[in-house]
Design a protein around this ligand. Structure first.
Ligand code: MN
Length: 130
């Protein structure tokens, strides 16, 4: 079972993401701050991290930068979650080391596509359905 760490300080968004992940049969870990996220990433080694970029204290981008700077956590793909459909946000996410970017409010179908892309774990023999 794939293990996904969700970093989100907003309860409503968190509940939505957790529900979507559970529908996909993922094991879900939750962090509400960047510090919790960094420590959980170290100890639990999730397969994927969904990172809200607006967190109290350290931002999601800074947390991602730190994850990527540590060889122990660098291989874990990080997908940024941001409420802002701001111009340049995707570039900021990629610059911080995120593998992809999801805009909130989340579209369930886009969310599942991203999830399957990153949890497929490099099984490249599987033809893409699209
Ligand atoms: Mn937030």
């Amino acid at each position: 079972m794939a293990c996904v760490l969700v970093v989100e300080d907003n309860t409503i968004n968190l509940e939505l993401v957790v529900a979507l992940l559970e529908q996909e049969d993922c094991e879900v870990l939750v962090a509400e701050t960047a510090d919790e996220a960094l420590s959980l990433a170290q100890t639990a080694h999730p397969d994927l991290i969904l990172m809200d970029v607006q967190l109290p204290g350290m931002t999601g981008y800074e947390a991602t930068h730190r994850l990527k700077a540590d060889p122990a956590t660098a291989p874990i793909p990080v997908v940024a979650l941001t409420a802002q459909a701001m111009q340049g946000e995707e570039a900021r996410a990629i610059e911080a080391g995120c593998a992809a970017y999801l805009a909130k409010p989340l579209d369930a179908r886009v969310f599942r596509d991203i999830l399957r892309r990153f949890l497929r774990g490099g099984k490249r023999d599987e033809p893409d359905a699209k």
